[in-house]
Design a protein around this ligand. Structure first.
Ligand SMILES: O=C(O)[C@H](O)[C@@H](O)[C@H](O)[C@H](O)COP(=O)(O)O
Length: 223
């Protein structure tokens, strides 16, 4: 496992933002467009605060979430809302946002449209993942109804209902996550560090994050 340990969370967020910006910049040197997917949740906000100011040609960057809760942007639970407030601002307001929530009653009704939207913006140039203490990543949860499809199927996007998730979700699939050119996992605190170490010895069904442990650099600070 490739783990980078930082002296504190603040330093980690700034260093990581520089690293991701550098990966986007080098991709834009050789390609017309680059794509970045980032998690929602409570951890990445401070990293977004730095990344949004990065000096790069954001007008050629597609920004998306690794997973979204099936709620409108007016909800406090909306990851899109977090992105608009913390990432799609400053220089990054020039980026093209690729939403995973479409407003239909259920995610199932939007799957064909989402597959079509995602196809041209993949593979991801940069993937940043979060992780829960139950070892879920994106919205690929242990015990989820479509866990097998998300881990082993060929869809780019999978709807997901899980005991650990209060609302229906939609998530990028394991196939899309594994195909990312640069992959990172951002975690904080002793509990998540212990969980990610444990994930190495568990199956993908028990610890979905384990599918990324060979591909991703893990960034960790205790506090
Ligand atoms: O929408 C979400 O909840 C996420 O994208 C999810 O995968 C998140 O990264 C983890 O649950 C960690 O969440 P915290 O950062 O809040 O611990």
């Amino acid at each position: 496992m490739d783990i980078v340990e930082y002296p504190d969370i603040e330093m980690m967020m700034m260093d990581l933002a520089n690293k991701l910006a550098g990966e986007l910049r080098s991709a834009l040197d050789h390609n017309d467009f680059a794509s970045i997917a980032v998690p929602g949740g409570t951890t990445p906000g401070p990293m977004f605060d730095s990344l949004c100011a990065a000096d790069l040609d954001w007008s050629r960057v597609n920004v998306m979430l690794t997973d979204e809760r099936w709620v409108p942007e007016t909800s406090e639970r909306s990851n899109t809302r977090l992105l608009r407030e913390r990432l799609l601002t400053d220089r990054a307001s020039a980026a093209r946002y690729v939403p995973l929530y479409t407003g239909t009653d259920t995610p199932e009704e939007s799957l064909d449209a989402l597959e079509a939207t995602l196809k041209p913006v993949l593979p991801l140039t940069v993937l940043l993942l979060g992780m829960g203490t139950d070892m879920h990543t994106a919205s690929i949860f242990p015990g989820a109804d479509r866990l097998d499809d998300a881990l082993h199927g060929h869809a780019r996007v999978v709807p997901m209902r899980a005991p650990g998730a209060p609302e229906p979700r939609v998530t990028l699939s394991g196939m899309v996550l594994r195909d990312a050119i640069n992959a990172h996992i951002l975690i904080t605190g002793a509990e998540k560090r212990e969980a990610i170490e444990r994930a190495r010895h568990l199956s993908a069904e028990e610890a979905p994050v384990s599918i990324m442990l060979r591909h991703a650099t893990i960034h960790w600070a205790e506090s």
